[in-house]
Design a protein around this ligand. Structure first.
Ligand code: ATP
Ligand code: MG
Length: 263
């Protein structure tokens, strides 16, 4: 071994040490996020129980309050606020994955407006939203919370790819025929796109090009897991400087599998 080799080995060791340290930092970050998720889920669960008492009592009072009574308006306000709080706890429980995964026949088009409404609040106005929802009445067998999570992760990635603004397009459609019928969800952005190297590693857990603390690299690997679980697949097209499109195909559920869930 020449002194040059020895020096190189040391450099390699240093590189590995650095990677190990980075992995440990990532792991700590994930553990923190998971702990926060569990905490949020626990609080949401307790809050939900308290809310059902408030909502139940207000409903009872409303039933026993005669029409024209000035107290009715207040009771209706309580019920409205209680309903919003219950919706918030539901979202928190989905976020912390406290809720069991329950695949049901689900009209994909009915999930999207709610998620976009929520996303609109966290995505800057320099980014325009466009939608073309054309898959209804087709249904997929999937868990509503998971489909929401897939879409949110794609929207957040699109936002991160467009720091100077741009357009996010969300489209749904039906393709295929017979047993091969699919419901397609496509999310496109006009962001910085990806090169071949990034495209090759996209779905690896912990793969991220974002700064520490900004990305854990779990978004797309989670999406991949969810989509595979529902028997679907995912394809990505991207061109550096032009933008990216993520296309997810779910098998369409045949009629008679149950009733459409149109919450
Ligand atoms: N729409 C996109 N445009 C350009 N690059 C993207 C896009 N979506 C994902 N990527 C690239 O793929 C990487 C992995 O994405 P992924 O969602 O798995 O993790 P992340 O966004 O970095 O972190 P996390 O989602 O856990 O917060 C990103 O860091 C980014 O480099
Ligand atoms: Mg992401």
């Amino acid at each position: 071994m020449t002194p040059y080799d020895a020096a190189r080995k040391t450099a390699e060791e240093l590189r590995l040490e650095k990677r190990l340290k980075e992995s440990e930092e990532q792991l700590r970050h994930i553990q923190k996020v998971h702990a926060l998720g569990r905490l949020a889920g626990g609080i949401a669960h307790d809050l939900n129980n308290i809310l059902s008492v408030i909502i139940g009592s207000a409903e009872f009072l409303l039933k026993t309050t005669p029409p024209g009574d000035p107290g009715r308006a207040d009771l209706e306000e309580i019920l409205k606020a209680g309903g919003s709080a219950a919706e918030l706890t539901r979202q928190l429980m989905t976020f912390s994955r406290k809720q069991a995964v329950r695949p049901k026949p689900l009209e994909l088009d009915s999930v999207i407006p709610g998620v976009l409404g929520m996303a609109r609040r966290i995505i800057p106005k320099t980014i325009a939203f466009k939608t073309a929802l054309k898959s209804a009445p087709a249904r997929v067998l999937a868990d509503r919370g998971q489909v929401e999570q897939v879409l949110i992760n794609l929207l957040v990635n699109a936002r991160d790819a467009m720091p100077d603004g741009g357009t996010i397009q969300v489209e749904t459609s039906r393709t295929g025929s017979g047993a091969g019928r699919r419901v397609l969800l496509a999310v496109s952005d006009t962001g910085h796109g990806m090169n071949r190297r990034i495209m090759g590693r996209l779905f690896e857990p912990f793969f991220t090009t974002k700064d520490p603390g900004e990305g854990s690299g779990l978004g797309l690997s989670t999406i991949h897991g969810i989509v595979r679980q529902s028997g679907g697949d995912i394809h990505v097209d991207s061109e550096p400087g032009i933008g990216s499109t993520f296309r997810i195909r779910f098998p369409e559920t045949a009629d008679g599998d149950g009733t459409a869930v149109r919450e």
